[in-house]
Ligand binder design. Structure first.
Ligand SMILES: Nc1ncnc2c1ncn2[C@@H]1O[C@H](COP(=O)(O)OP(=O)(O)OP(=O)(O)O)[C@@H](O)[C@H]1O
Ligand SMILES: [Mg+2]
Length: 563
């Protein structure tokens, strides 16, 4: 078929000249500005999510494509031809005569068709040979039949400068890893980060990698990680910079940790309302009790839910939990205004809370202040709540989150100068659907408030969940950065698609087939959802150099040596 080019009105050109010497993997033939379709050889191994470049020789632009589907194509005009051929081959197999009917001109008659999403194009360099730095959204059609080639490092140089100062891994093209570090700007912690994946896909590993990035950021970012399973403590403790940059508070007595002690007086009814499910009457009972204890009698008194007017918070819970004759207390002190069964529920919970190891009746005991100063110093603060139940974990998380938000908000309002110097801080929470679901969205819950208002004060949320579909839509739309790892459930992918800050509508199949550690990063810093392979935390710390020595004290000697 040497005459093909001439017969179809094409001039034969040297392909190396047009494509910079790269192997041509296909030729573009369709479809529109946003979607490209190209034909590749029948044995061309194309992967979902693979990044490819269409070299437009006419305009000297390079169009970046992402493969979203790969199908079979055939030039045969007869309908059902391929299906019949498969039947013939199968019959040969059954007779033990495989190879009896070889396909003629297979390379020309059958091929693969890759459907792609156009991510944008690299404008021609300023001078011939200079790097291409300008990347634009797709707005024009590449020349038809442009050669499609595999990208090289130079095609991604423009991305390097948008990848921010919290590195998380390498750029990924399908299953191939590209030599380009990817990450997010630390400032985007304040605009909330979501980490979404089915179980075992690498959420915790990614969180550890982010924490490692924060540790190395020289105090620019504070990160409060609430660790329900105790899995982060050993991992983060092994980081070479942990001595400087990590503080650990634990509910249990553990080596190299401070003990987590929160005074009842620091907690508020709002924390209780966030952590536990309360029925309407139970909530009324809570306020009734708070009122009773804040006035010292059953007389009416107004009490604020966020701390009590004497700054006593939930200190009354200790006295209440100590009551043995609940029925008598109800009749005498509460004038029987609360049903006994309701009171019993509150009492049981109060007992449980007051006997927790991390809760102290002593108002002088408090880690809140220390945790705040660690965060102000730009440290990673790990609060190991392993051993606590899920509700108590939320109680601790709610308290700490409120403290952080109040501190940063107060600085923002009262002392902008100080606020400007404060690090961006984020609070990382596992199983975030517990506090961010639609039915949890009320004023007493600090987490929706953080999602809505936090960015103004430089306080962000880093929400980790396996079930993004349970998050409230409106709260999810407040998240500017998504890390989407493998997600098996279609509903989860759909909800992320509608609230992602980058278009991922064509990538459902890719997300479904991601392997552990493979992800898409969608945020506003990059021009498209960036495919990445997250570092393995173990490998990352192995390759992390020790922190720089505190300060060269021998400066005088050194200069003497140099002289
Ligand atoms: N970036 C990665 N590269 C290679 N393998 C990874 C990566 N991240 C995670 N894995 C593998 O997946 C396993 C599970 O990872 P991880 O514990 O982070 O998942 P998870 O999503 O937090 O799971 P769970 O839902 O159980 O908490 C790891 O033990 C590791 O083998
Ligand atoms: Mg995990």
């Amino acid at each position: 078929m040497t005459g093909l080019g001439q017969a179809e009105g094409m001039e034969a050109t040297n392909p190396g000249e047009r494509t910079g010497g790269r192997v041509v993997r296909g030729r573009l033939f369709g479809r529109n500005v946003l979607d490209g379709v190209f034909r590749a050889a029948p044995d061309e191994d194309l992967f979902l999510g693979e990044l490819l470049v269409a070299v437009d020789a006419a305009t000297d632009r390079r169009y970046l494509f992402r493969v979203v589907d790969v199908t079979y194509g055939s030039e045969h005009r007869e309908p059902g031809w391929a299906e019949r051929i498969a039947g013939t081959l199968l019959a040969d197999d059954e007779r033990g005569e495989a190879g009896l009917h070889p396909l003629h001109e297979q390379a020309r008659r059958t091929y693969r068709v890759a459907a792609c999403r156009c991510l944008g194009y690299l404008a021609p360099p300023e001078r011939p040979g200079a790097p291409r730095t300008v990347f634009r959204k797709p707005k024009s059609l590449p020349t038809q039949f442009s050669a499609v080639v595999a990208p090289e490092a130079e095609d991604f140089e423009f991305l390097a400068r948008q990848m921010g100062d919290l590195p998380v891994g390498q750029l990924r093209s399908g299953e191939t890893v590209v030599d380009l570090r990817v990450g997010i700007p630390g400032a985007s912690l304040a605009t909330h980060v979501g980490i979404f994946a089915t179980t075992g896909m690498g959420k915790s590993n990614l969180m550890q990698v982010l924490a490692a990035g924060a540790m190395r950021a020289n105090g620019r970012y504070g990160l409060l990680v609430i660790d329900p399973h105790g899995e982060y403590r050993t991992a983060l403790g092994r980081h070479p910079w942990a001595g400087e940059a990590l503080r650990v508070y634990a509910n249990r007595a553990l080596p190299a940790t401070s003990s987590l002690r929160i005074s009842l007086a620091e907690l508020s009814v709002d924390d209780l309302r966030t952590a536990y499910e309360w029925s309407r009457p139970q909530e009324e009972a809570l306020y009734e009790l708070e009122r009773h204890y804040s006035t010292g009698s059953g007389a009416a008194g107004v009490s604020t839910s966020s701390g009590g007017e004497a700054g006593q918070g939930l200190a009354w819970l200790a006295a209440f939990a100590a009551i043995d004759d609940l029925a008598g207390f109800r009749d005498v002190e509460l004038s029987a205004r609360v049903a006994l069964s309701t009171l019993q529920v509150v009492h049981r919970r109060a007992r449980r809370i007051t006997t927790l190891r991390c809760i102290s009746p002593d108002p002088a005991v408090s880690v809140g202040g220390r945790i705040i100063s660690d965060l102000l110093a730009g440290k990673v603060v790990l609060v190991d709540v392993s051993g606590l139940g899920s509700t108590e974990e939320v109680l601790v998380g709610s308290f700490l989150t409120r403290r952080v938000l109040d501190e940063w908000q107060a600085a923002y309002l009262d002392d902008p100068e100080r606020h400007r110097r404060m690090p961006v801080v984020a609070i990382a929470l596992e199983e975030a659907q517990r506090v961010l679901s639609g039915n949890k969205d009320r004023e007493s819950n600090v987490f929706p408030r953080l999602a809505r208002e936090g960015r103004k004060f430089n306080v962000g949320l880093c929400a980790i969940t396996q079930q993004p579909r349970l998050l409230d839509d409106e709260l999810l739309s407040q998240f500017n950065t998504f890390f989407i790892l493998g997600l098996a459930d279609d509903k989860d992918r759909n909800i992320l698609r509608s609230s992602s800050k980058q278009d991922i509508s064509a990538q459902s199949a890719e997300i479904q087939t991601l392997m552990p550690g493979e992800c898409l990063i969608a945020n506003l810093a990059a021009p498209f959802a960036v495919p990445a392979l997250i570092d393995r935390y173990d490998h990352l710390i192995r390759d992390t150099p020790p922190p720089p020595a505190p300060r060269p004290t021998a400066a005088a000697n050194v200069s003497a040596l140099v002289d």
